[in-house]
Design a protein around this ligand. Structure first.
Ligand code: AMP
Length: 374
């Protein structure tokens, strides 16, 4: 299967070959033809599967050429990082088509966004709150939206966006094509899907197993108070250049970052209490390898586009087993291999059992390698 088989226009194929994509990923193989036929789509896919291109490519194809002042496609994302990343993808895939992409999110000044919208846009990527603010100010008319995408719907609901989503839906014209992407299917996610999708094509990619197969997963039993020493040892002994470390709380992320720094390991924390500027800086430093360890909370890490990450560490196991799959998925994006290490204290064993249930396999726990306390 190649991208050309979908009947994508040469401008898109050219952009894809610039990106070095050789073949579509499974979600792309299923979603692109479905979207091009005009059907609603409900897709179970998480970050790392190539889901962004799966909806962006066919929508760009439908949007070209650029026309009118108001957006004809709207992508709603839970976080500003994800919004920025989707917009960046849309711009790079659409660079030969002339489709105009604009991104709006909260936490930054609204005026440049009003200006950007004034100059006209075809594809709008937005977080819900800022979108509603802009619509309320009359800076935005959503009545031309013919394609609506709800990205990471499960995360949207987790973050409490249900009311905003409902309000956005009311601003859209009745006749439109709807796509919904979600990594997991809880009852509220299904309820939302049934509310706005009409006879959707349902797509499920076997990410869980694919993820579990490609990624080396190690589980070390280690007392809570020893974790930081073990982590510092693993980073040093393995000469790790880049590791994403997940903690359960913002406070925990700050504390661990300081502890790593004090042992000479360049580290930065990324979480919801950090300003947009601080988050961008931490991410840029991490990507440029100026810092070794990026310590993140679950929510803050969502939507971070960090590619081919060699190591992910669960400093604490997540309470929600699906989050484990999200987290470790970052090590094996679009074909790359990776290693996910979990540091599990005795009181976290029940969380580990829940994760094993979701993965439908057991994870062997081992004693950690010998390390000295720094
Ligand atoms: P996503 O799941 O949309 O976050 O995409 C994960 C990563 O895979 C992104 O960095 C994309 O640039 C990359 N990607 C998407 N589609 C392909 C493809 N067909 N071949 C290679 N890489 C891809």
């Amino acid at each position: 299967m190649s991208f050309a088989d979908f009947g994508l226009v040469p401008e898109l194929l050219h952009a894809l070959s610039d990106k070095g994509y050789v073949a579509p990923t499974p979600i792309q193989s299923q979603a692109i033809p479905a979207v091009l036929t005009g059907r609603d789509v409900l897709a179970g896919a998480q970050t790392g599967t190539g889901k962004t291109a799966a909806f962006v490519l066919p929508i760009l194809q439908r949007l070209a050429p650029a026309a009118g002042r108001f957006p004809r496609a709207l992508v709603l994302t839970p976080t500003r990082e994800l919004a920025a990343q989707v917009a960046e993808s849309a711009r790079s895939y659409g660079k030969y088509l002339g489709v105009r992409t604009t991104v709006v999110f909260g936490g930054v000044s609204i005026h440049p966004q009003i200006e950007a919208l004034r100059s006209g846009c075809d594809l709008l990527v937005a977080t819900p709150g800022r979108l509603l603010d802009l619509a309320g100010l009359g800076a935005l008319d959503l009545r031309s939206v013919a394609y609506f995408v709800l990205d990471e719907a499960d995360r949207m609901l987790d973050m409490g966006f249900i009311h905003q989503i409902r309000r956005v839906l009311k601003l859209l014209p009745a006749k439109r094509q709807n796509l919904m992407f979600s990594a997991t299917y809880s009852a509220p996610v299904r309820e939302l899907a049934s509310r706005f999708l009409s006879e959707p094509v349902q797509i499920e990619v076997a990410v869980r197993n694919a993820v579990a197969e490609r990624i080396e997963q190690r589980v070390y039993r280690v007392p809570k108070e020893q974790k930081r020493h073990l982590l510092a040892h693993l980073i040093r002994a393995g000469s790790w250049a880049q590791v994403l470390v997940f903690t359960r709380t913002k406070h925990g992320a700050n504390r661990l970052t300081q502890q790593l720094q004090s042992t000479g390991i360049p580290a930065a924390a990324i979480h919801g209490n950090k300003s947009q500027g601080a988050r961008v800086r931490a991410l840029t430093d991490f990507k440029a390898r100026r810092i070794t360890a990026l310590v993140a909370t679950e929510v803050a890490a969502r939507g971070l586009d960090i590619k081919e990450l060699p190591h992910v560490v669960n400093y604490e196991l997540p309470n929600v087993p699906e989050d484990y799959v999200h987290r470790i998925g970052r090590t094996a994006r679009a074909g790359g291999a990776g290693c996910a290490i979990s540091l599990v204290a005795p009181d976290e064993i029940p969380l580990l059992r829940d994760i094993e249930k979701l993965l439908t396999r057991t994870l062997a726990t081992t004693a950690p390698p010998a390390y000295t306390i720094a």
